[in-house]
Design a binder for this molecule. Structure first.
Ligand code: AMP
Ligand code: ZN
Ligand code: FE
Ligand code: FE
Length: 281
């Protein structure tokens, strides 16, 4: 089984990279993608704990924003971590996430929620990418909400009055950076409309021109109608379809391998990278 999109404590998942490898192994996953938000911080530990017979696809889920302000997540897989242009953009995004968190907290404080940046940073593993799920965890610790899900539903969702975005590249720029770093670019859950505003079908053209390699179609946040639209886009442009769990440990309901990628689709993706970078043991 091939699950190309999971998260660890290096961002907003709740398993260490080593625990994630062990759970993936126990679930029968043979190819695992580690896609922590805007970072490569979990790569070394995941590589260290990799089990014989398993393949590891190292990457990152890169936060992007279109020029009209729509949030997009771009999976960059199998890129060269030493590429400076890409690492600098990821570092800028991570820095900006701290400024943005302070601004969200200021809005919550004004509305009477007593929460501080220290409370939020206490929820973060060392070196991890800061995100709204850590703010959710801080609100849970203060008994202001019961779960991450409730925190997002009531306070932290993209259309909330407390919501603030952070610096992010455009999807096209992120694709170009990933490709220049030798990797492959797969747009994550592009039509997951429950999460807020999504891109329209016309915008795939410029992303394909920028080098988009694939679309994550099978994902719990996309309906069957949305998947059907995406299958048409994949066929129209001759790109690759993937499916994945977007597992976050116990921070979300998503179970490992609840959706998977077909072996032939994974092979096609792998050959689009400029070097053999899948880690095998
Ligand atoms: P941020 O990266 O700070 O913009 O936060 C977005 C992240 O929050 C997403 O990538 C998800 O991992 C997570 N998220 C979104 N909605 C929920 C939810 N309802 N429950 C738990 N986590 C969520
Ligand atoms: Zn996440
Ligand atoms: Fe995402
Ligand atoms: Fe994700």
């Amino acid at each position: 089984m091939i699950d190309l999109h999971t998260h660890s404590l290096a961002s907003d998942g709740t398993d260490t990279p080593g625990e994630l490898i062990n759970k993936a192994h126990a679930s029968g996953i043979t190819v695992l993608g580690l896609m922590d938000h805007d970072t490569v911080a979990g790569w070394d530990e995941a590589t260290m704990y990799l089990r014989p017979g398993m393949s590891l696809v190292l990457g990152s889920e890169i936060s992007c924003q279109t020029l009209d302000g729509t949030s997009v997540h771009m999976l960059g897989m199998l890129f060269d971590r030493d590429n400076s242009a890409l690492s600098e953009v990821l570092a800028t995004t991570r820095d900006n996430r701290l400024t943005r968190m302070n601004r969200i907290i200021a809005r919550l404080n004004e509305a009477g929620y007593e929460i501080s940046i220290e409370d939020v940073l206490a929820q973060l593993a060392p070196g991890a990418t800061l995100g709204r799920p850590h703010l959710a965890d801080a609100l849970i610790a203060k008994k202001l909400v019961a779960s991450r899900d409730e925190a997002f539903a009531e306070l932290l969702h993209n259309n909330s009055k407390y919501y603030i975005s952070h610096y992010s590249p455009t999807p096209e720029d992120a694709i170009k950076l990933i490709k220049q770093a030798g990797g492959v670019a797969v747009i994550a859950h592009p039509l997951a409309s429950l999460r807020g505003r999504t891109i329209n079908i016309e915008s795939f053209k410029s992303m394909v021109e920028a080098g988009l390699d694939g679309i994550e179609i099978s994902h719990r946040d996309q309906s069957e109608d949305e998947r059907e639209l995406l299958r048409e886009v994949v066929a129209r442009y001759g790109i690759i379809a993937t499916g994945s769990s977007d597992y976050h440990g116990n921070g979300k309901l998503n179970e490992l391998a609840e959706f998977t990628t077909k072996p032939e689709d994974f092979e096609a993706l792998e050959t689009r990278a400029d070097a053999r970078r899948v880690v095998r043991k």
